[in-house]
Design a protein around this ligand. Structure first.
Ligand code: P6P
Length: 322
């Protein structure tokens, strides 16, 4: 079986990008090891801190963030990084070519119940003469990503990534190597499986209420299909299911925080996941436009997310008059 570096070389991925991906994987393997230790290392539960999102951090959120920050600061490849767990961007090497944004441990509310979590990353090029200690350098649309992916810490440790030449999956072997286990993944164009947190139903915008009400009517309803539902509360796991067998994932705007476009973050959740979904033949929108066409204004800005099987996402767009 092909190892990660061999495959990326076969794809003619630039050597510096291969080196950066391998650095990220070294960090993710260390995070995987910490997750495996869990309670044995006394690292479950909440840290005594909050992140810029105002969310209580888990101990492993902080540990994962520190591992990635240390790794990316110790290379001449990275000019700067932005993390869900860091208020401000962190400047690294002034000569660095790349910027990396990441959610170090997505779905971390699942850690204490031993359910899958993941690291999400997005790689951009540092604009010439930009200051990687300032937000402006990172405020590039998702179309500018040179690579993106996630590492899912589940029953297997799986890297799913794209450099713009399709989506490929790699499974971590006991020898510490990532092996190509699925090449050129394609999201089925249609689905009967939806993922949304139904407890927020009364807070949704009317088009979302109408769409979900219609799909819940099953085959007798206007959508003519009997749907199944999943909600793992870990975006990485939901996206992995969708890349594996299709589906639609929604975290739309809701009236609990009307000033926010949604709960999920554009730069290190929406954009990287949208790159993967589009490269796999799916769609990823904010109910109006493709997420990767959103021009970011703040590094931690949020976005409404509807992504997955192309035809189902386009059905939701129609409910929004698009
Ligand atoms: P809720 C995890 O906190 C996360 O950012 C995503 O991974 C996940 O899809 C969503 O939030 C879960 O949100 O409101 O259902 O807990």
């Amino acid at each position: 079986m092909l190892r990660l570096t061999q495959f990326l070389k076969q794809q003619e991925t630039p050597a510096d990008l291969i080196e950066l991906v391998n650095l990220l994987m070294a960090a993710c393997k260390e995070i995987d090891g910490k997750l495996q230790d869990g309670a044995l290392a006394g690292i479950l539960g909440a840290a005594e801190t909050e992140n810029v999102q105002g969310e209580t951090q888990k101990k492993l959120d902080v540990i994962a963030n520190d591992i990635l920050k240390l790794t990316l600061s110790n290379t001449n490849l990275v000019a700067g990084l932005a993390s869900e767990e860091e208020d401000d961007p962190v400047a690294c090497d002034p000569e660095g070519k790349f910027l990396v944004t990441f959610d170090p441990l997505d779905g971390s509310s699942n850690i204490d119940i031993n359910v899958s979590v993941g690291t999400i990353f997005s790689i951009l090029e540092a604009p010439n003469d930009s200051d990687p200690a300032q937000q402006a350098a990172y405020l590039q649309s998702g179309r500018k990503q040179v690579a993106a992916g996630y590492v899912l810490y589940g029953p297997s440790c799986i890297l799913v990534m794209t450099t713009g030449n399709g989506v490929h999956m790699f499974t971590l072997g006991s020898n510490g190597e990532f092996y190509l286990t699925r090449e050129s993944v394609q999201v089925p164009q249609t689905t009967k499986e939806f993922a949304i947190n139904m407890s927020n139903q009364r807070f949704w915008d009317q088009p979302v209420k109408d769409y979900v009400a219609d799909l819940l009517q099953g085959e007798e309803g206007p959508l003519g299909k009997r749907y199944n539902m999943r909600w793992i509360a870990s975006m990485v796991a939901e996206v992995h299911r969708i890349l594996t067998r299709g589906g639609i994932f929604m975290y739309p705007w809701d009236s609990r925080a009307p000033q926010k476009p949604g709960k999920l973050r554009l730069m290190y959740e929406g954009n990287p996941m949208s790159f993967l979904i589009e490269q796999a033949g799916g769609r990823s929108v904010n109910t109006q436009i493709d997420i990767m066409d959103v021009e970011p204004e703040q590094i931690h800005e949020r976005v409404s997310v509807v992504l997955g099987s192309k035809e189902e996402v386009e059905t939701v767009l129609r409910y929004h008059g698009n």
